[in-house]
Write a protein that binds this ligand. Structure first.
Ligand SMILES: [Zn+2]
Length: 597
């Protein structure tokens, strides 16, 4: 589905990865590779490496890896088709789409966004110079929005008329409706969806306008905020206002500030916090979080998250677990919002963001602030209330840490406190859903760290990738014990494997991308011999566990001795090659015997 395979291959082959990367970071040639500062994480010494010939990159710092398409997807935050289109456009390749309807759908979306773009411009120009927009201009000025802010955020005004936009755009009513800009009026002609409102254009992550938020004028008609209804381009449960302006800073700081309203985002920007986004008239959803973690792990909630209580807590913990996010809460003073605070006291807003706390600690502190810890009753109440909050956290280690800390603060015996936070039995639907890439991301640090592929196996794989002519005839799956290495081995010994990397797990793809940007050090045959060394060692150990009696061990004695001699020979340069071949042959025979038995 999507792009014609021939065109896709052409894009893949003709993409100049080093050239593309150079648009974002300076690359320096080191040996056969290019190296530079990683565009995906903050660093001072370069750990980002590009194999231009193979068209693969790998970062030794954050382990991001892939080909040109992956790079463009990640850096421009596009989907697969979007990234291919981005590359094709750059190389002057015109793409053909496999499914005609797919091409039509894209064309329709294109039309809608052109319409929305024209509407954004119309609203904006109306606010700047329109005759009927005087009251909107003075209202915005009274709220502290200068003309610079109006320009920067492309704020507009929808005139107080039935069809000002509709007659300006002059397109069929269905088109206006599809774009969420109008609907059929009582007399047949189209009428505007937004009237007499201050308009905030909402764009996707790439800056393409997808919808609008309209704020009522002080004397205007309720509701206070009106948002574009769901259209082909606009889905409020997915879109984040301000993301395209903020994304660069979000990535640079690895932090995203989430507000509730358009003016909050603008306020944050004006207070120098240019990494803020807002949901558009909806609570934070799983899809929002999924989008946010693509840009930053640390999510700072800049609205009253405590009010939503346990329901919010459950969701936050689930997101932290499922999306590997860290949810923090900024202590915005009661009754204030970031927009207001930015206007009245920008330093206070900056401080609230700076001192944001993990959600659990934020909630505990809210209880403690309200409690009278000078009286025994107050302390008992605080212990019970904080205990209930701590109990909601799904992670036992986290619960325990907070328990110890909080028990001290409320001056309650730790064991007594512990009884208050007995975790209720987990509900079945909270079971974690296994996802691709789980082994990399979803393990909290409290559990065992992911197992590393042994160096000897990594070295052999690297030699296999770079010197297949020499190494492939000598390499066997038996030389690998690590499951990731085995999957990687199976891939790189398949013909045309470079095109099939996408079928593998992310861990394997990342491993291979890393190998592609690394140099082989040492003689490939020697690397094979080290893997054989390790294999023989494993084989000997297993043998000792497997055999039950001396008689059985005696039967195996000749081969144990024969292998020991070959091991000895592999340690010397003159005899290594022959010994490696002998052991590999023996292993091959073992494999066929195993299969036939
Ligand atoms: Zn990196």
């Amino acid at each position: 589905m999507g792009i014609h395979d021939e065109d896709l291959q052409r894009v893949k082959v003709e993409s100049d990865l080093a050239g593309i990367v150079s648009q974002y970071v300076a690359l320096r040639k080191v040996g056969q590779r290019f190296s530079g500062l990683c565009p995906f994480h903050n660093e001072k010494t370069p750990s980002f490496s590009v194999n231009a010939e193979e068209g693969f990159f790998y970062c030794f710092g954050c382990q991001k890896s892939g080909d040109a398409i992956t790079f463009v997807r990640e850096i421009e935050h596009l989907d697969f088709v979007g990234a291919v289109e981005w590359l094709a456009n750059r190389m002057g390749i015109s793409l053909r789409y496999t499914d005609a309807s797919d091409g039509t759908a894209r064309k329709e979306r294109q039309e809608l966004s052109e319409l929305l773009e024209k509407a954004a411009e119309f609203y904006h120009q109306t606010l700047r110079t329109g005759k009927g927009a005087g009251k909107a201009r003075s209202y915005l000025r009274s709220r502290g929005f200068d003309s610079e802010t109006v320009e920067q955020f492309r704020i507009g005004y929808a005139p107080d008329q039935w069809d000002a936009l509709a007659s300006h755009l002059n397109v069929p009513t269905e088109k206006l409706e599809a774009a969420g800009l109008g609907r059929p009026g009582p007399r047949g002609g189209p009428i505007d969806f937004f009237r007499d409102r201050v308009m905030f254009p909402v764009a996707d992550a790439n800056g393409v306008v997808v919808g609008f938020g309209g704020r009522m004028m002080p004397d205007g008609q309720q509701p206070k905020y009106k948002n574009t209804a769901k259209t082909r381009l606009y889905d409020k449960s997915k879109v984040l206002y301000g993301l395209h302006w903020a994304k660069k800073q979000i990535v640079a700081e690895d932090e995203i500030i989430v507000c509730e309203g358009y003016t909050d985002v603008i306020g944050c920007f004006r207070a120098g916090l240019d990494r803020a986004v807002a949901t558009c008239g909806t609570a934070l959803t799983d899809d929002h979080v999924k989008t946010m973690v693509r840009f930053a792990k640390r999510i700072v909630i800049a609205f009253d998250a405590d009010g939503a209580g346990k329901a919010a807590a459950d969701r936050f913990y689930e997101w932290e677990d499922r999306h590997n996010a860290e949810v923090f809460v900024a202590a915005i003073p009661d009754g204030a919002d970031p927009g207001q605070l930015a206007e009245e006291n920008p330093e206070a807003l900056q401080e609230a963001i700076r001192s944001a706390e993990p959600f659990l600690s934020y909630r505990i502190n809210r209880v403690l602030d309200r409690s009278d810890l000078n009286r025994a009753e107050g302390r008992a109440r605080a212990a019970a209330d904080t205990g209930a909050i701590i109990a909601e956290h799904p992670n036992e280690v986290v619960r325990d840490q907070y328990l110890v800390e909080t028990a001290q603060k409320v001056r309650v015996d730790i064991e007594q406190m512990r009884r208050l936070i007995v975790k209720p039995a987990p509900t079945p639907n909270r079971a974690p859903v296994p996802q691709r890439g789980d082994q990399e991301h979803d393990e909290p640090s409290q559990t065992a760290p992911p197992r590393e592929t042994p160096q000897v196996e990594v070295n052999l794989l690297r030699a296999l990738v770079h010197d297949p002519a020499i190494v492939k005839p000598l390499a066997l799956q038996a030389m690998f014990a690590d499951p990731v290495a085995i999957e990687a081995f199976q891939l790189v010994t398949t013909d045309g494997w470079r095109d099939r990397m996408g079928d593998c797990s992310e861990t394997v793809t990342a491993l291979i991308a890393r190998l592609l940007v690394e140099e082989v050090t040492g003689d490939p045959v020697e690397l094979v011999s080290r893997a054989l060394d390790a294999l023989i060692g494993r084989w000997n150990t297993e043998l000792r566990y497997d055999v039950n009696d001396i008689e059985q061990l005696r039967q195996h004695q000749p081969i144990v001795q024969w292998l020991a001699q070959r091991q000895e020979e592999m340690h010397s340069d003159e005899t290594r090659s022959a010994a490696v071949e002998a052991v590999v042959d023996w292993l091959r025979n073992q494999e066929t015997t195993d299969q036939s038995s």
